[in-house]
Design a protein around this ligand. Sequence first.
Ligand code: ADE
Length: 228
Amino acid sequence: MRLGIISALAEEQHGLIEALESPYKLVHGMREYTAGKLWEIDAVCVLSRIGKVAAAMTAAILVEKFGVTHIVFTGVAGSGDKNVKVGDIVVAEELIQHDFNASPLFPQFEIPLTGLSRFATDRALTERLAGAAAQTTRVHRGLIASGDQFIGKLTQIQALKTALPDLLAVEMEGAAVAQVCFELGIPFAVIRTISDNANDEAAVDFMHFIKTVASRYAYEVIENFCKW
Ligand code: ADE
């Protein structure tokens, strides 16, 4: 296994790059990729920056240029369910692009020519991540929705929940990585710590969480995952 680890922001991957043994850095396409050994696992860490295009580009380059065989995305998300609280972890079983709509040509959410609106994560990677995360906090498993929008209004998250009743979390990258990995045949998983409730307070809660808590979670969970 050669594992690609992607996060959008530095805080979401805090400490991991420093934990890489014999690190080797390479800049490509405005991103710095750091390869090395992470608790005995051959790994490449990179920050995608925010959004679906940024994440898709990063995932494709990890596979095509760095030869990764598996990808894990780790970061924070807004809650999409009243039982999913700030500080909980959501491990994706499926991902959907909530802002994708080519209707009436294709059903809402369906990615043309794949016949799919939801992409399933790799079962073995997902089990291992959920097991690792359970050592840190409460873990939920299910649907994560991604879109090129920060969800920061109660009316926005309510509308998404109406369209996708089994929604657990919202973020801005996971489903893009899912599509790239599906198309390239690469097993992948997504793990998200809940930073906010995707409501009118989301922006303030998000900033607070990112500054104070996010980095601790990222390190702990990936360390447990690698040692699993
Ligand atoms: N990532 C963390 N919180 C989010 C939110 N409320 N909307 C989109 N992405 C997020």
